[in-house]
Design a protein around this ligand. Structure first.
Ligand code: GLC
Length: 442
């Protein structure tokens, strides 16, 4: 039997709680034997199920897909409760995976954990045909490829978008949304000045500036769109320069001018709240905010649109949107690696992604589905989401930082936030980031 290392008490307790009474201490329930009198009799048949630590909030469509894929791979798939908080979820994974536990076969993970979890996850390449691989947006294959190994498949598409108020563009005489950051700055300032006459709460541009992963997302979009690298270059070497410092200084100048001072504490929902209540002209957010903004009682219903994020003004400028979203991976310690890999493929195939899209508007991670009339009807921003995923998407350096992305991003968003709050300038941040992450990158 496979070697097992001891779990820490806290990790074990947490998993035991999640699995309920069904889990016997440290034992995966292998077919075993017991001595009854003189005879030896088998007492536990092999566990014929795959266990998936999947979505935190299980919807009817998840149950439907679990049933379908279970039938397809010839095993039952059991959905296990999982922590909703991403930090708790990663903490739990980093308890049972290093312990080489075979209690869990499949896990959902955020796009940024591919490198951190890679050594515990199976290479899914051998389980996909070239045609099946080619169905997913290339950015997800790139993000989830660590060395030669494809450690996860995307359950959904997620990408940064620019939200804008169509009524206000028209009111102030603009033909369309901004193409460059300079245009966004000018339009935000003009609209803000005009709207302030009636609404003291109004701001030009809202985004995510809090000390958390969402700030890394926003700052990397600024860097990439203005011609810079994403902390490291393609080889994983540190690549922060004066250009990067200038980009951070420019964003800091938005704070208190076109963005509220409080933006340095904003997460996605804070930005959405302001935009949806009619108090902002532009917003950076993920696709989920679209459906909510179109709700019956939304003050901005039918008054906004979405487009790609602005590009830098110079010759190096390009549109750049960070990709996000949940991936599914197979534990290397699964006793059913082939069935689990087939289940991962089934749970992310075109049928599954289409069902999720139709059930609750989850954007698919496959280009072809955005051509589907039913998907287009269910996701009004389908064309813009597909464009950003296909043409403007950039991945955070999760796969290229040798399993240290989480630590690197932590340093990065702390130092970037200190630029936004005026505690240091961009050059200071670049120097301090370099000093601290030098231990993990060349
Ligand atoms: C979204 C994205 C995820 C990202 C997070 C940052 O949930 O899907 O990838 O890390 O936002 O706030």
């Amino acid at each position: 039997m496979r070697k097992r290392r001891r779990w820490t008490a806290a990790g074990f307790l947490l998993l035991a709680l999640l699995l309920g009474a069904g889990l016997s201490a440290g034992c995966g329930g292998d077919g075993g034997a017991a001595v009854a009198g003189e005879e030896t009799v088998a007492v536990t048949p092999p566990r014929p199920i795959l266990r998936w630590m999947g979505p935190a909030f299980v919807r009817p469509v998840d149950r439907e897909l679990v049933a379908r894929c279970g039938t397809e791979v010839g095993m039952a798939i059991e959905l296990l409760p999982a922590p909703a908080n991403p930090v708790d979820r990663l903490g739990l994974y980093l308890q049972f995976l290093p312990a080489e536990s075979d209690d869990i076969d499949l896990i959902d993970f955020d796009v940024v954990w591919s490198g951190t979890l890679a050594r515990h996850l199976l290479d899914l390449n051998p389980h996909l045909t070239a045609e099946q691989r080619g169905e997913y947006f290339a950015i997800y294959l790139e993000n989830n490829s660590v060395g030669e190994s494809l450690v996860g498949l995307p359950l959904m598409g997620d990408v940064g978008l620019l939200y804008y108020r169509t009524d206000l563009l028209e009111k102030y005489g603009f033909d369309g949304p901004p193409v460059t950051w300079r245009e966004l700055e000018e339009m935000a300032a003009t609209i803000q000045a005009g709207e302030r006459e009636e609404n003291a709460e109004f701001w030009g541009y809202v985004w995510q500036g809090n000390v958390y992963e969402g700030l890394t997302v926003n700052a990397l979009e600024w860097q990439a769109s203005m011609g810079g690298e994403l902390i490291v270059d393609a080889e994983g070497k540190l690549a922060l320069d004066d250009g990067a410092a200038g980009v951070l200084d420019r964003a800091a100048a938005w704070v208190g001018e076109i963005s509220p001072p409080g933006v340095t504490a904003f997460q996605e929902e804070d930005a959405r709240w302001m935009f949806q209540n009619g108090n902002a002209a532009f917003m950076r957010n993920w696709p989920y905010a679209y459906g909510l903004g179109q709700a019956e009682d939304s003050p901005v219903r039918d008054l906004f649109g979405v487009t790609r994020l602005p590009k830098g003004d110079g010759p190096d400028g390009r549109h750049a949107s960070v990709v996000g979203g949940q991936q599914i991976g197979v534990s290397r310690y699964s006793r059913y690696p082939d069935a689990a890999a087939d289940a991962a493929r089934c749970l992310t195939d075109a049928t599954a992604q289409r069902r999720r899209a139709l059930a609750d508007g989850t954007p698919p991670a496959m280009a072809a589905l955005y051509e589907d009339a039913d998907v287009q009807a269910r996701i009004p921003a389908a064309a813009q989401i597909a464009e950003s995923l296909a043409e403007h998407a950039v991945a955070r350096p999760a796969a290229t930082t040798g399993g240290h992305y989480t630590e690197i991003s932590l340093v990065y968003f702390i130092e970037v936030n200190r630029v936004l709050t005026g505690e240091q300038d961009g050059a200071g941040a670049v120097a301090r980031i370099g000093e601290q992450i030098g231990q993990w990158v060349e």
